[in-house]
Design a protein around this ligand. Structure first.
Ligand SMILES: [Fe+2]
Length: 308
């Protein structure tokens, strides 16, 4: 079961200001537009093997439109759909879109929209010199390689964690909390320390996005991204610094539509097949061992759609 999900896939992002959001993704993050259709713009990062990975969609509010997983094969896709449908999480099919899908769309226990798909088209555009690469080196803006992870806010972190563990075999690498209340969980379909993160929703809202994170090649490139954002007058909310959980190096800004976006590098890998989640208790977590800078209070409150 754990092998049924291969990796995080294409994702959708709502924005009330598509022109400004696209300028952020293209000029500052370094992604490329591959198609425009109606209220949607399709983008890719230079490390994506698939033809596209992000759909920016005009809406009256910011937020995640969906997060997806590519499955290991067509049978794996059917197995996970069967589990969803026999456990009260039935969804519906979304037609193929520009080479990706059909996708099965459903919701997690907090109401975030997810999709599962297997069929995809490989990128056939600007070929790199080394044939095992996917695209010619972009070298523009922060030059992000691909989506690294997504962090969602949830009213009940534990039920979301169990949903993915029991239904999809995701591995949980770290948890913050106690028997009475769990406030954060870092999960993955692979040895990568985090692909899907849930943290505590502190409002009465559901289905909100905390951030999408895009990976760059080195810690130095995270610092370089900070220079780029600063000169573009994009406010830096947090970082550059290192997280305590999973130990990834981070830099957080908000794209002009309001969604929080991270430029990330690193985070540990888990090779041990029998690793157990590390459970932080409240005192230990508050002590914040290591050298990472404290996060501003708004970091734990703000999400999209904004409900403040
Ligand atoms: Fe992150």
């Amino acid at each position: 079961m754990s092998a049924d999900l291969a990796h995080l896939g294409y994702h959708g992002l709502y924005t009330p200001d598509p022109p400004a959001t696209l300028q952020y993704f293209v000029d500052l993050l370094g992604m490329d537009i591959v198609a425009v259709e109606g209220d949607s713009t399709y983008l890719r990062a230079c490390g994506d093997y698939e033809s596209w990975s992000l759909q920016v969609i005009r809406a009256d509010h910011a937020g995640s439109a969906w997060v997806s997983w590519r499955t290991a094969g067509p049978e794996a896709l059917q197995r996970r759909i069967s589990w969803l449908e026999s456990n009260g999480h039935s969804g519906h099919w979304v037609p193929r879109d520009r080479g990706i899908g059909p996708s099965y769309e459903f919701a997690d226990p907090d109401g975030h929209v997810f999709r599962l798909y297997y069929e995809t088209e490989r990128y056939q555009g600007q070929r790199p010199a080394v044939p095992t690469g996917f695209q010619r080196y972009a070298g523009r803006g922060a030059n992000v390689r691909r989506l690294d992870h997504v962090n969602l806010l949830a009213r009940d972190v534990r039920s979301c964690r169990r949903f993915w563990e029991e239904g999809f075999g995701l591995r949980t690498y770290e948890i913050v909390g106690s028997e009475s209340q769990e406030v954060a969980a870092w999960m993955s379909s692979s040895i990568q320390g985090h692909e899907l993160i849930y943290t505590q929703e502190r409002t009465t809202a559901n289905g909100r996005l905390h951030h999408f994170a895009y990976v760059v090649d080195s810690r130095e490139e995270v610092l370089r991204a900070a220079e780029i954002f600063a000169d573009a007058r994009v406010r830096i909310e947090a970082g550059p610094s290192r997280h305590t959980a999973i130990q990834g190096f981070y830099l957080y800004t908000r794209e002009p539509g309001g969604n929080r976006i991270e430029v990330a590098h690193g985070g540990y890998l888990v090779f041990a097949p029998d690793s157990e989640p590390y459970v932080w208790n409240a005192e230990e977590w508050k002590a914040k061992p290591g050298w990472g800078a404290p996060l501003p209070p708004e970091f734990h409150l703000y999400g999209t759609p904004d409900v403040s």
